[in-house]
Design a protein around this ligand. Sequence first.
Ligand SMILES: Nc1ncnc2c1ncn2[C@@H]1O[C@H](COP(=O)(O)OP(=O)(O)O)[C@@H](O)[C@H]1O
Ligand SMILES: [Mg+2]
Length: 383
Amino acid sequence: MNQKTILPGQTIGILGGGQLGRMMAISAKQMGYRIAVLDPVEDCPCAQVAGSVITADYDDPDAAKKMADVADVVTYEFENVDVKTVDYLQENSYLPQGGHLLEITKDRLNEKAAIQSAGLPVAPYMPVRNTKELEEAIDTIGFPSVLKTTQGGYDGKGQYVLKSKADLEEALPYIGKTPFELEKWLPFEKEISVIVARSTTGETSVFPVAENIHRHNILHHTLVPARISDNLREEATQHALRLAEALHLVGTLAVEMFVGTDGRVYVNETAPRPHNSGHFSINACETSQFEQHIRAICGLPLASAQLLKPVIMVNILGQHVQPVLDKISELSSAHLHLYGKDAAKTGRKMGHLTILGDTVDEAIEKAEQIGIWKIEQEVGRHS
Ligand SMILES: Nc1ncnc2c1ncn2[C@@H]1O[C@H](COP(=O)(O)OP(=O)(O)O)[C@@H](O)[C@H]1O
Ligand SMILES: [Mg+2]
């Protein structure tokens, strides 16, 4: 890969025009870059802030050509980018992140193997590509466990939590049709994540460790600093840095981890891009994950990712949009981010609120006072 410095005034092409693309674009535009976005949906969140919009399917060769013509550097906001498009852009444009990391992270088996070869712990797992492998995996891993599709899952989709044999029934029709992996259920104290950036020059920068609370398998809120010991914080940070180096990361990598009840930090999964659990950085850090991502792919020096104040980030899902709008005149201490999506379907990520405090507890209290979210309730996968 020939490393270049991309200067403000030049054009950054983004594959995918959802909220992550939009927030990358906002940061980049602030720095004086121009934005081109490729997305099948004309009025997607990023198209609303981009200078040029290519409305086409991700596997459309003409669209890839248009992107190569207009962009000086290309990045992506999601991991399932079409392989042919990635190959074309590697040949005909400048894609400093390359295609290799996408190959790894879009497949849970590849990803787990890569994490292990970086020397980091993961939940015991086995491939389940047919009923024979399912039997072997159940014999070895047992219950409780979780069966996950190896590709394309998000927000708990494509997963079956198995407490006993009876729970297998729902998944059985899909075995052999789609590749799965079976994973031991890890009892955890907390779910945490770390965003790490690595630039084309090899410089790295790590964001503060975030504590994530999911409800119905969707990230509900993130607290920073995570309420864990300094030793665990250091371990999680080192895990993220180690992965960034081992994977030859360029750009941003989100590393989701479990703090196990055994006191170890396990890596759950990664995403080769900015991540929902890093949105707090826009208002709470010296530099946001989006600006850092732009700096990393453009070959600019990375900036400080230091936390300025404790923070809570709460997701605004479809069902929260109207209540938030109804309270807008009371939101003086909450930074509102809405992504410009019109269909407010239940569970759809429509935006987020960021609230700073002198302590995490104070930030939580302010978030509860809004009266839309209960923050401190029992947590758990299906709560
Ligand atoms: N092995 C596991 N042990 C315990 N909980 C798990 C395990 N795998 C997943 N989970 C729970 O399910 C959630 C979703 O799983 P994850 O692998 O992160 O998939 P997704 O791609 O849908 O985010 C996790 O955030 C965690 O709460
Ligand atoms: Mg996850």
